[in-house]
Design a protein around this ligand. Structure first.
Ligand SMILES: Nc1ncnc2c1ncn2[C@@H]1O[C@H](COP(=O)(O)OP(=O)(O)OP(=O)(O)O)[C@@H](O)[C@H]1O
Length: 267
């Protein structure tokens, strides 16, 4: 029998915010398994970014975050960063550096915690090239990061996280600046990283249809608390959209588990 919490990320009773005011209050999720992709959705200012930052070790957090049964809250930032890869919503411009240099820099700053990589002994530059090729932007390797478009920079930022092969991927709106092709590419890569490398992927999305198409489960955050958690088919409902987003909308289920949300424009 597996020891308690093995292969799982368990978030329990987490509270955090800015100054004295908590944004996230007593937040818990059912265990997130290795190999799974969970979408975190919710309205603007619900606290999604705050939660991801707290999980990544940025900001004072109380409660418990256990990975493989080991408590992460209170552990040194570097240790957490090695196990949890975090892609922030606001991306650094990396002035003067090429995309490749920023990916090498990310790898050197926070080397993988273990050797669960295909080529653990490969040189950082080779690994960085591999990461860029893996997410489909090898042609950007020698471009200056600060000269990229918003979408290209988002892809480069993803490469900076993926290259480290963390056990947990925390991605804050990684598709917000991407066109349709790259949205699908990023979501497919996220699923692949979960399945092939046993990562636990937690990804903030505003596009509920995209979340429903790719996520194994969806967590809905509303005013700093968990509103619901479950499979897309179970949690994406007209009642949820009315309660959480305050919109009148229909949810139409299409083929292959996809869905369409039609918002009633009438005031
Ligand atoms: N640095 C900060 N200092 C003080 N308050 C903050 C800070 N960052 C965010 N907040 C507040 O915390 C709350 C949650 O913000 P957060 O960015 O986590 O929401 P979000 O769900 O990610 O929103 P969005 O979908 O708009 O990105 C908001 O009320 C916001 O004003």
């Amino acid at each position: 029998m597996e020891p308690a919490g093995k292969n799982e990320l368990i978030i329990s009773d987490v509270t955090l915010g800015y100054g004295r005011v908590p944004v996230i209050r007593h937040f818990s999720l059912p265990p997130l398994r290795r190999g799974s992709l969970t979408a975190l959705i919710g309205p603007n200012a619900a606290g999604k970014s705050t939660l991801l930052r707290g999980l990544a070790g940025l900001g004072d957090i109380t409660g418990s975050v256990r990975l493989d049964g080991q408590e992460l809250v209170g552990r040194p930032r570097a240790e957490r960063a090695a196990r949890l890869g975090y892609m922030p919503q606001t991306l650094p411009s990396g002035i003067g550096l090429s995309v490749l240099e920023t990916v090498v820099g990310a790898l050197r700053a926070s080397p993988p915690a273990n050797t669960r990589t295909e080529s653990p002994s490969a040189a950082p530059i080779q690994r960085a090239y591999e990461a860029l090729a893996e997410i489909g932007i090898a042609e950007l390797a020698n471009r200056s990061l600060s000269a990229l478009s918003g979408g290209q920079r988002q892809m480069a930022s993803l490469a900076q996280v993926v290259v480290r092969r963390p056990e947990v991927l925390l991605l804050d709106e990684p598709t917000s600046a991407l066109d349709l092709r790259y949205q699908a590419l990023v979501m497919k890569q996220a699923v692949r990283l979960a399945r092939q490398h046993g990562m636990i992927v937690l990804i903030v999305l505003h596009d509920i249809a995209l979340a429903a198409q790719y996520a194994d489960q969806i967590a809905i955050l509303h005013q700093g608390a968990l509103h619901d958690f479950g499979t897309p088919a179970n949690v994406v409902t007209s009642a949820m959209l009315a309660a959480v987003y305050e919109v009148e909308a229909r949810v139409e289920h299409c083929t292959k588990g996809t869905l369409q949300i039609i918002v009633d424009q009438a005031e």
